[in-house]
Design a protein around this ligand. Sequence first.
Ligand SMILES: CC(C)(COP(=O)(O)OP(=O)(O)OC[C@H]1O[C@@H](n2cnc3c(N)ncnc32)[C@H](O)[C@@H]1OP(=O)(O)O)[C@@H](O)C(=O)NCCC(=O)NCCS
Length: 278
Amino acid sequence: MGPIDEPGSSAPLIRPAGADDGVWISNFLRERWGAATVVVHGEVIDAAQLPALVAEPRRGLATYRRLGGEAELVTLDAVPPGSGTGTALLEALTRKLGADGCARLWLTMTNANLSALQFYLRRGFRLNQVRPGAVDQARGLKPSIPLVGEHGIPLHDELDLCRVLDPRAQNVSVPPPWGKLQRDPVAAARRGYAEELRCTVPIHNAAVVKAFATVPREQFLGPGPWRILSPMSLAAYWTTESADPRHLYHDVLVAIDETRRLNNGQPSLWACLYDRLT
Ligand SMILES: CC(C)(COP(=O)(O)OP(=O)(O)OC[C@H]1O[C@@H](n2cnc3c(N)ncnc32)[C@H](O)[C@@H]1OP(=O)(O)O)[C@@H](O)C(=O)NCCC(=O)NCCS
């Protein structure tokens, strides 16, 4: 794990986060945002599980994720502020993503963080859209989101910002990449199912959660409707209402050959076993 950016003598050293940073990252995010999870554009994101860049000596953190050919900056923090850490993290991240072929970097912020808005707008980001009332809705999922922000401004709305990384992707009036995920209800169900398994198994390894969030279970079964065995009632199979793959994203057994009681494995059992292997 070597440094990826050493821009100048006064700028902090920026390096990718490693396994040893896990506890510090969770604690830092909790301290900064009240929890390691952030709620943005209707999605609950566990920022502690994401790839991240660290500004040494642990004075700043950027967490991010790839979304297809684009990327999202999920959190950015500098302690203390105003000493070049945020800029160094952002520039190191954009260089890394650009080199990886990423077209645009996106982020979502609240309407009451005017100094961060200024920070981003002066560093190549453009406003893409405003979602009125989105922070009020997010507060339903994360009650610790404050009611009032900088300068006494009430927190209500979300702003999406976008910075072009690939000169061929100049158009910033395109929809944000997370919208594509939300428009795919099966992908959304798959992610919800993985999150449920993360909590109930529980799964500790982010790669195992990611596998459950991305591998389509329907590809390992015949066409629906499917015959299901619930762990609450193992005596008899029942039939799903339709061939909608969302029926498969629960902690249930699905018949492959009912006469032999041969089933597609129970997700929580396999999640537990894979997690112990890692
Ligand atoms: C926003 C933030 C990441 C910027 O990082 P930073 O290290 O403070 O910024 P730098 O020192 O590299 O750059 C200073 C610039 O940031 C701006 N800035 C934003 N918030 C600031 C703050 N609280 N204190 C000082 N400068 C701040 C300054 O106005 C200055 O802008 P300019 O250079 O364009 O004139 C950091 O201030 C921070 O952690 N803020 C709280 C968390 C947050 O709001 N994160 C963004 C969520 S979307």
